[in-house]
Design a protein around this ligand. Structure first.
Ligand code: PMP
Ligand code: GLN
Length: 386
């Protein structure tokens, strides 16, 4: 006997399926070249794949320690010391998570209490706000403006309140492809130093930075890192987004709180993948050291291929995304334009307005260039017809 099912009142009533899932599905449906969702159409290093197979064959198939396997935490500590001049303690300050997404969620859940205010910078990555809402927090957004998307620190100071608990930033920034400079971190520190405010620094593209001064990590700032949770993702670094292994670095007291959430969100992360990543970091650090040059070549090829199109390409200082202004081509809004582009032109892209709470009237789309040269050339050829 069937009963009328209950329909729960949604805790996230305004939320639908992510734009990445939507656009990838549309791309597939229309057989379009998919430059929307950010993932490479090539594989990661053979050595990494071989090490995964090796560890599976050796029986490393049971639960990993809750915080991550020790060789991986040690390799992360070594890499962090090399890059940012600070060696976190591998036992108490590094936690391996199921992708950066889990680290972000665990950090927000651990830190944000009901009524707390969380400052973020729009356009902002789509996973932050739902986690803040579920924790009972209130989003306070600073709308960054193209083409530079720089933070106005006066505006930031005005938004700061006694209820501010957390600031969420992302550098190199998805989707704007801009980066924070050391001076931005210095300004952030000046603004929050006298208040109990924490920083969640999403640095998943830390190794895909083209800026002359390199990636400015929160971990390189001696005072800020005492208040910060820095998040990264091996999916981006090793071209393996499907492995979903990430991590966060934070002072012991903050890590302890993040781990309380992590242990009941996933408990532990895929064991053989962690061991393989530890081997890869130790045996092949040149992979991440050479990543900027690897992606710079793809960026430059794609920009060059688009130079005869009517798209106006914005500067790209980091990430594997390129922004393009299509106002010379169409009056459609960005969501409608991306749908049209996918269905009629055969190139899928991401509209920018979906990353903003306020109206974002700019005619900008995001194109992912983590693709084989042939894919980029084919996409550019279609875009140049417009
Ligand atoms: N933050 C940003 C800015 C991202 O672009 C992504 C994924 N593209 C993530 C977090 C999530 O990373 P992961 O796939 O490791 O969960
Ligand atoms: N972060 C990826 C992007 O920006 C997508 C990740 C996802 O699909 N959840 O395209």
């Amino acid at each position: 006997m069937s009963q009328t099912p209950f329909v729960p009142e949604s805790k996230l009533p305004a939320l639908g399926t992510t734009i990445f899932t939507q656009m990838s599905a549309l791309a597939q449906q229309h057989n379009a070249i998919n430059l929307s969702q950010g993932f490479p159409d090539f594989d990661g290093p053979d050595y990494l794949k071989a090490r995964l197979a090796y560890h599976v064959s050796q029986g490393a198939n049971q639960y990993a320690p809750m915080t991550g396997v020790l060789p991986l935490r040690e390799a992360i500590a070594t890499k962090t010391a090399e890059l940012y001049g600070y060696k976190p303690d591998s036992n108490s300050e590094i936690t391996v998570t199921a992708g950066a997404t889990e680290a972000l969620y665990a950090a927000i859940t651990a830190l944000v209490r009901a009524g707390d205010e969380v400052i973020c910078f729009d356009p902002s990555y789509d996973s932050y706000a739902p986690a803040v809402t579920l924790a009972g927090g209130v989003m306070k957004r600073i709308a960054l403006q193209p083409p530079s998307f720089r933070v106005n620190w006066q505006e930031f100071a005005e938004l700061l309140s006694p209820r501010t608990r957390l600031v969420i930033l992302n550098t190199p920034h998805n989707p704007s492809a801009t980066v924070w400079q050391k001076s931005d971190f210095a300004a952030l520190w000046q603004a929050i130093k006298d208040q109990e405010v924490y920083v969640l620094s999403d640095e998943v593209y830390e190794h895909i930075c083209f800026a002359a001064e390199g990636h400015a990590s929160v971990l390189a700032h001696p005072q800020l890192r005492e208040r910060a949770i820095a998040v990264s993702s091996f999916g981006k670094t090793f071209h393996m987004t499907g492995w979903k292994v990430g991590y966060c670095v934070a002072p012991a007291a903050l890590s302890a709180e993040v781990r309380k959430v992590h242990q009941y969100l996933t408990f532990a992360v895929n064991t053989p993948a962690q061991l393989a990543l530890a081997d890869m970091l130790t045996a092949g650090p040149e992979h991440y050291r050479e990543l900027p040059a690897f992606y710079r070549a793809r960026r430059d090829r794609f920009v060059q291929a688009l130079s005869t199109s009517r798209l106006k390409v914005l500067p790209c200082e980091g990430t594997y995304f390129l922004l393009a202004d299509y106002s010379a081509i169409s009056d459609l809004n960005d969501v409608a334009f991306c749908q049209w582009l996918t269905k009629e032109v055969g190139v899928a892209a991401i509209p920018l307005s979906v990353f903003c709470a306020d109206a974002f009237p700019h005619k900008l789309i995001r194109l992912c260039f983590a693709k084989q040269e042939a894919t980029l050339d084919a996409a550019a050829e279609r875009l140049c017809q417009l």
